[in-house]
Design a protein around this ligand. Structure first.
Ligand SMILES: Nc1nc2c(ncn2[C@@H]2O[C@H](COP(=O)(O)OP(=O)(O)O)[C@@H](O)[C@H]2O)c(=O)[nH]1
Ligand SMILES: [Mg+2]
Length: 696
């Protein structure tokens, strides 16, 4: 916008060329990627509108996304709209890929929460809304697929309000018409501020029509509700309503703008993203109400304001990509100043810069405040870090990686790929910090951990597709232990005569069980030097060696062994022979000590919407769980936490069932609690499996 008095262009005003960022988020299949496509088309950024169904959209062009017909990563595209620059970040809707969505939200000036007109499904929005509301991110709801809406908008609004702490403001009412088959369809809308009616077209901008008479009662009621909500935060408007004065449109627009930016309200708009219905209305609302980059930087208290000179460069990386032809890309938002190729930032030289547009990367020489830009080959810069003149530092409020809820054991199908595998995993984890991998010494496995079955499958597909590494996957093994239920006394002698020196050691030990959690205890009760001092550590070593794998094939715990007597030979005895004697004694005695399997029991907390609490409880009981109780989940309206003790063996794939009874949003976490004796058929099966594996 130009200042009328001075003729100068004001930054941070619609039409000033400023660069704003909007994240598209919401549940899987709500139509975000289709909406992005329509936005690109409506603003002239693309010449024809592709579709996600046909695999021709700008978004979802990666192999993994095309295969599933769903977004598996963010899609970024920038457009020019009425003199401003906009970058839209389309995010995956699946809860398993939510980290990408939160990272995009973190750097956005505003968010469009896309949802379907289905009141029973709004609960799927809660994890996302929790992040948006906790971080005061200005957001509006876009009730999509209005073409297929069946129920009343009023019920949808009530459902949305039940999961939102912000006051919702309907900006439009649908115009509906009976259909031939006795139903109803939405054919247009009335804008509640301008009080103009529009008829949707299958493509392109809607037509302005005369207000249908039959909609007037509904329209005036909805408008009154909108004004009443706005007046809760504006006394001027409140007075006008009380005195029955019709408020100026400019006042309504001002209130909408302020209350949106201040996160007092969340507007609700309607449309059908895959046919451009309501898309221009949405763009206009964004144009007027989306905060500018400085306002967002202030809201987030970013380092720009941290004593650095005004206008100096601050860019925050929110996503890393590794691409075959460009190498590492650190995708950043520039919060202040500008970055240009060749510039030195904190001692690091800025290399090539790219502006992403779907899969395409457009090389740019410079990026200004507000823009999204990818830095090429900036090895040190990871998601959640800001780069400034003084170097690279973490950004405090960047969303942390979610703890894993599902794991798989990986092995390279071709053994020669093992080194390549860990290199590729490192890159994949850098792209998505909600994935992790670790070697697990106890079971000799390489574990890949993440947010669910699909999340890990996508990672495995990336290994194959992008890094050419085939892997086999299996459920991780449970780290069982064993102990004994009875004691024994054992004598053992190790004697060999081979050529020159012989081997001789003789010991007597007493074995007894210890309480859970005691571990292994060695007691030395040798008197009179019947076993010389210097050989006693060798006896202990032999015992410990044996305990790595007891009679049931598992590491032995909670056992005390006392060395009570022994004999030695002045020439033939050695550390080696005492170690051997200890092993022999244990091998003889332990099977007689009533060995028993121990299984790890976890303290598990399942978090889920309250209406699924009883199903969660049944699920836990059905998996040998012992319910401890339930409570409201702190900070989550309408959610409960159920706590229980559960065997580790039962929780491996529990997330799949939790998700299926909670519309995909439930989650769990656990900590090790104790080891518990396991007997009967299950125990026998485990012992057999262990033996079979050892023999293989
Ligand atoms: N009827 C109808 N279908 C839509 C609309 N928008 C998207 N879809 C369909 O919904 C499905 C999911 O769309 P997509 O954009 O991939 O959803 P996303 O998972 O939120 O990105 C696709 O089959 C779309 O064609 C809409 O406004 N109306
Ligand atoms: Mg999508």
């Amino acid at each position: 916008m130009t200042d009328l008095k001075t003729g100068t262009v004001l930054e941070g005003r619609p039409g000033s060329g400023a660069h704003r960022v909007v994240a598209l988020c919401g549940p899987y299949l709500s139509g975000k990627t289709s909406l992005l496509e329509s936005i690109l088309y409506a603003t002239g950024a693309i010449g024809r509108r592709g579709s996600t169904r046909a695999g021709t959209s700008i978004g979802d062009a990666s192999a993994e996304a095309r295969r599933r017909g769903m977004s598996t990563e963010i899609n970024i595209a920038s457009v020019d709209y009425l003199g401003d620059q906009w970058t839209f970040i389309d995010t995956p809707g699946s809860i398993e890929l939510q980290h990408d969505a939160l990272a995009a939200l973190a750097v956005a000036d505003a968010a469009i929460v896309v949802c379907e007109p289905a009141p029973e499904r709004v609960v799927a929005l809660t994890p996302l809304l929790k992040y948006i509301e906790d971080n005061s991110i200005p957001h509006l709801f876009f009730v999509n697929k209005i073409d297929s809406a069946e129920g009343r908008m009023r019920d949808m609004l009530a459902a949305l309000q039940s999961v939102s702490t912000r006051k919702l403001v309907m900006r439009q009412v649908p115009i509906r018409r009976p259909t031939a088959n006795g139903g109803e369809e939405t054919v247009g809308y009335v804008d509640l501020v301008s009080e103009r009616a529009y008829r949707y077209r299958t493509s392109g901008a809607s037509d302005l029509i005369e207000m249908p008479a039959e909609i007037l009662p509904r329209e005036s009621e909805a408008r009154r509700e909108m004004l009443e909500t706005l007046s809760e935060f504006d006394d001027t408007l409140l007075e006008q309503l009380i005195e029955d004065v019709a408020p100026e449109k400019s006042l309504i627009y001002r209130d909408l703008h302020h209350e949106f930016g201040a996160q007092q309200i969340a507007p609700v708009l309607l449309g059908a993203g895959d046919r451009e219905n309501g898309v221009r209305r949405l763009l206009k609302a964004l144009r007027h109400d989306t905060p500018f980059v400085e306002e967002t930087a202030t809201r987030r208290d970013l380092p720009a304001s941290d004593g650095a000179p005004a206008g100096s460069t601050v860019a925050e990386c929110f996503k890393v990509l590794h691409q075959a032809h460009t190498g590492k890309l650190s995708i950043c938002r520039v919060w202040s100043g500008a970055v240009s190729e060749g510039q030195s930032l904190g001692g690091v030289r800025v290399g090539a810069l790219f502006r992403p547009f779907g899969q395409r990367l457009d090389k740019v020489a410079e990026a200004k405040a507000g823009e999204i830009v990818a830095f090429a080959k900036m090895e040190a810069l990871a998601a959640g870090q800001a780069i400034t003149a003084s170097g690279i530092a973490p950004v405090g409020d960047f969303p942390p990686a979610e703890p894993p809820v599902y794991a798989l054991a990986l092995t390279a199908t071709n053994r020669n790929d093992e080194v390549k595998l860990s290199g590729a995993l490192q890159k994949i984890v850098e792209e998505d910090p909600s994935l992790s991998y670790e070697p697990r010494a106890e079971t000799h496995e390489l574990l890949l951990k993440g947010q669910g079955e699909m999340h890990l499958k996508v990672a495995v597909e990336k290994l194959a597709g992008r890094y050419n590494i085939a892997v086999d996957t299996a459920p991780p093994r449970v780290a069982y232990r064993e102990t004994i239920q009875a004691g024994a006394t054992q004598h053992a002698r190790y004697k060999r005569q081979t050529g020159g020196h012989g081997q001789f050691a003789d010991i007597k030990i007493e074995i007894r069980p210890l309480p859970r959690g005691s571990g292994f205890k060695f007691v030395d009760r040798i008197v009179g030097g019947v076993v010389p001092r210097n050989f006693i550590p060798a006896v202990e070593e032999g015992l410990r060696d044996y305990l790595k794998e007891g009679p049931l094939g598992q590491p032995v715990v909670d056992v005390e062994v006392t060395l009570v007597d022994g004999q030695y030979h002045s020439v033939d005895s050695s550390e080696m022979s005492f170690k051997m004697a200890a092993r022999i004694a244990m091998s003889e005695a332990m099977p007689k000590c009533k060995p028993v399997l121990l299984e790890p029991i976890l303290k598990v907390t399942v978090a889920a919407p309250s209406d699924s609490t009883s199903r969660i409880q049944r699920l836990i009981s059905g998996r040998r769980g012992q319910l401890l109780g339930y409570d409201a989940r702190p900070g989550w309206r309408g959610w409960d936490e159920v706590s229980a003790l559960m065997p580790e063996a039962e929780v491996g794939d529990m997330i799949v069932e939790i998700r299926s009874v909670t519309q995909g949003v439930g989650t769990w976490r656990a900590t090790f609690d104790h080891l518990q004796e396991l007997v009967g058929r299950t125990a026998e099966r485990i012992v057999e499996e262990t033996k079979r594996r050892a023999a293989a």
